[in-house]
Design a protein around this ligand. Structure first.
Ligand code: KG4
Ligand code: ZN
Length: 363
């Protein structure tokens, strides 16, 4: 991909976003609230992410694709995912971003991955008619996290509910694996669920426990075990479709129930945001929309292709922080100092990266 940077059209800052917290490598370029490039390189992990393989694949993906994206642009800021995530994957992304920033003589900023998921819908809405106002409630549902967050400003937020054990995306993945579906399991479960017949939808033969019914927190490990015990890989396609349909509907009901409970204590919010990979699920979207509408709440989701990890969500937080001139936060992140032992390791790693980057960009 060769991005044309039309200087006359865009007057703002060109921001490169790099996401490498888990298995997908996201590289994006944004300017003036427009997405100029968005590349997500999916890794093949059959039964779950292998950290060592993931880190190496990020390395290759970044070197192969970043160049085309930034080729004719004058980058102003590089935003990268600094945490949380797999340490090797984060390390590759951060080193690439910092080395590139050093070479281009531009600032870099480490962005919290969760902030990316939480603020992406806010950023997307800021250039549309339906803006999101603070405070808003964000249901963040991904492979690593499940939480409801009260977002008070760009930098202030309170976690109102989170999971005691598994994240909801992880449950989708494990349950999918149990019936022979590939990783990541969520999209496969959704697809199979859509094949359930009308009767199977109305009279499901599979049932799931409503764990922590009267609490604000989530817990999925019991539900995961209950789901895995009801069916296995030998079931036929029809049974699997019926199972997936009932499982997905149960999760949607569960998420909507927690959102309702939390909202009843924060009725001053006028917007709900649902983000993270699991927010791509249409049944979950519909269930939450229904609950939002009866309460006169405006609900926002990222478009399906931006629900899973991507570079736009990192670049946009970089832009929001930059725009708002939150210099303190930027400075704090830029001046992060590793420990002495870690420092030596970083120096070696960086030396290698600088050499590679020089060869690559000045070849
Ligand atoms: O946000 P994300 O890309 O990565 C993390 O930050 O964890 O989320 C990945 C998770 C996976 O567990 C995947 O199975 C789930 O999102 N997911 C879905 C769907 N698409 C992705 N879950 C349910 N339905 C979907 N359509
Ligand atoms: Zn994520």
């Amino acid at each position: 991909m060769n991005v044309q940077c039309e200087k006359e059209k865009y007057t703002g800052k060109y921001i490169l976003g790099i996401e490498s917290s888990c298995d997908d490598t996201g590289i994006a370029l944004i300017c003036d609230n427009e997405i100029l490039a968005n590349v997500v390189l999916k890794q093949e992990h059959k039964n779950g992410v292998i950290p060592e393989y993931a880190a190496r694949a990020h390395h290759i993906a970044l070197f192969e694709h970043a160049r085309d994206i930034i080729k004719d642009c004058k980058i102003d800021l590089i935003a990268y995912t600094s945490r949380p995530g797999l340490i090797g994957s984060l390390f590759v992304g951060a080193n690439f971003a910092k080395s590139l920033a050093y070479m281009l003589d531009v600032p870099s900023i480490g962005i919290n991955h969760l902030t990316g998921h939480i603020l992406l819908p806010y950023w997307l809405a800021s250039s549309s008619k339906q803006k999101i106002e603070f405070p808003y409630l964000c249901l963040l549902v991904s492979g690593g996290h499940t939480m409801i967050v009260l977002v008070k400003s760009l930098i202030e937020r309170t976690i109102l509910s989170s999971t005691f054990d598994d994240a909801v995306g992880e449950v989708f993945d494990k349950v999918a694996r149990n019936i022979g579906l590939d990783y990541p399991g969520g999209p496969h479960i959704e697809k199979l669920a859509s094949q359930a017949s009308g009767e199977q939808r109305h009279f499901p033969k599979y049932h799931f426990p409503f764990v922590m019914r009267n609490r604000l927190e989530f817990s999925f490990s019991g539900l995961k075990t209950a789901a895995i015990e009801q069916i296995d890989i030998t079931a036929n396609q029809e049974e699997k479709a019926q199972f997936c349909h009932a499982f997905q509907a149960h999760i949607a009901m569960l998420l909507a129930d927690k959102m309702k409970r939390i909202y009843s204590k924060h009725t001053d919010v006028a917007h709900w945001v649902v983000s993270g990979g699991v927010a791509a699920n249409k049944t979950i979207r519909q269930e939450l929309r229904k609950e939002a509408e009866v309460r006169n709440i405006t609900i926002h989701y990222p478009p399906i292709e931006l629900c899973m990890d991507n570079g736009v969500m990192i670049a946009c937080v970089g832009q929001l922080f930059y725009q708002q001139a939150l210099d303190q936060s930027v400075e704090a992140m830029l001046s992060h100092k590793p420990s002495a032992q870690m420092g030596a390791c970083v120096m070696h790693f960086n030396a290698l990266f600088y050499a590679l980057l020089e060869m690559y960009f000045y070849a």
